[in-house]
Design a protein around this ligand. Structure first.
Ligand code: TXA
Ligand code: MG
Length: 309
């Protein structure tokens, strides 16, 4: 990365164009959050329905507060514990960000990302809306080579920040309710959040109601993903054991390390399947009884979901 690319990115964002940015979770497709033309470009590039709201990224608490109507105390505790970082908080919005960003909702999702390049852009350009840089319902990218070529074409600049540290999207928590409501499991696990707020999170229908983006089919590779107890010698995919062929990737036993490796491994499987004419990607089931695997399970289930319910 050189300063020239950063300067071009700043100029592009100030012109209402889009920039692909590295974050600590997954790469994002960023545009100015206060410009309707930039927001329209984001939805169009992703083929994302406009009923699916975007996360707005801010550089500090002052910028966060400038976009909301109410700031509940619990948000201060969560922000102190987890910002900058992979935690998105949902507030009641004020009128600064156009409602196109929030899919017409009176709420707004905010996060301070933990990545120096992204923060530098926000400081120069103001709040940036950035969904994950993937086409709607498809696999997110955790490294620049895995970015969808169509999205790369839609962006004026791609900032390559190397591999993302967490590899799983942020945890989304609605702080308008008491207790707060977990809308999307993510890189920060529910137990860590509950330890900070001293109570259990609610889990009210984030899947279909309050967080429309948590579509049943999502995070999908191009080839059919199948969950299995164990991989056979002929299966192409992800295993916890010793690989039995060159088309198997050994995944970490630790949930965080697994999460950070998951999307890049699935992109690799997609390339193998394409090259060698295979129809499916097999993935060995992670532990089912350990809450630390919740976000990984969420992604794997959506990645494996078929068209028919
Ligand atoms: O880690 C991340 O969060 C990445 C990086 C780029 O920051 N971004 C990301 O954005 O995952 P996206 O658009 O792929 O997912 C945003 C999620 C969706 O589930 C969406 O429904 C939810 O946040 N969301 C956004 N605004 C919301 C709102 N006002 N109320 C409820 N849920 C909201
Ligand atoms: Mg996404």
């Amino acid at each position: 990365m050189n300063d020239g690319a950063l300067l071009r990115a700043i100029e592009a964002l100030q012109n209402g164009e889009l920039v692909i940015v590295p974050t600590e979770t997954v790469y994002g497709l960023a545009g100015c959050a206060t410009r309707t033309d930039a927001l329209e470009r984001i939805f169009r590039a992703k083929s994302r329905p406009t009923h699916n709201p975007l996360i707005v990224h801010v550089a500090d608490l002052t910028m966060a507060r400038s976009l909301v109507r109410d700031w509940p105390d619990v948000a201060t505790r969560l922000a102190e514990a987890f910002w900058p970082g992979p935690m998105t908080l949902v507030f009641e919005k004020n009128e600064v960000v156009p409602s196109l960003a929030t899919a017409g909702a009176t709420s707004i999702a905010l996060r301070i990302p933990n990545h120096p390049l992204f923060i530098a852009l926000i400081r120069e350009c103001g709040p940036l809306a950035a969904p994950s840089a993937n086409r709607y319902t498809k696999l997110s990218a955790t490294q620049a080579p895995d970015l969808d070529p169509d999205l790369v074409r839609a962006a004026a600049v791609v900032l390559d920040g190397g591999p993302a540290r967490y590899g799983i999207e942020s945890t989304v928590v609605d702080v308008r309710t008491d207790p707060p409501n977990l809308l999307r499991p993510g890189a920060i696990d529910a137990a860590s959040i509950e330890a900070v707020i001293g109570m259990r999170l609610q889990r009210l229908g984030g899947e279909t109601v309050a967080s429309p983006g948590t579509h049943r089919q999502h995070y999908q590779p191009r080839h059919r993903l199948v969950l299995q107890d164990l991989l056979g010698p002929d299966d192409l995919g992800l295993t916890f054991g010793d690989p039995q062929s060159a088309f198997q990737i050994r995944m970490p036993n630790d949930s965080e390390a697994y999460g950070s490796a998951l999307y890049a491994a699935l992109h690799q499987c997609d390339r193998w399947a394409e090259e060698f004419g295979r129809e499916r990607i097999s993935v060995e089931c992670p532990p089912t009884d350990d809450p630390r695997w919740e976000a990984v399970w969420d992604r794997l289930k959506r990645a494996a979901a078929s068209d028919s319910p």
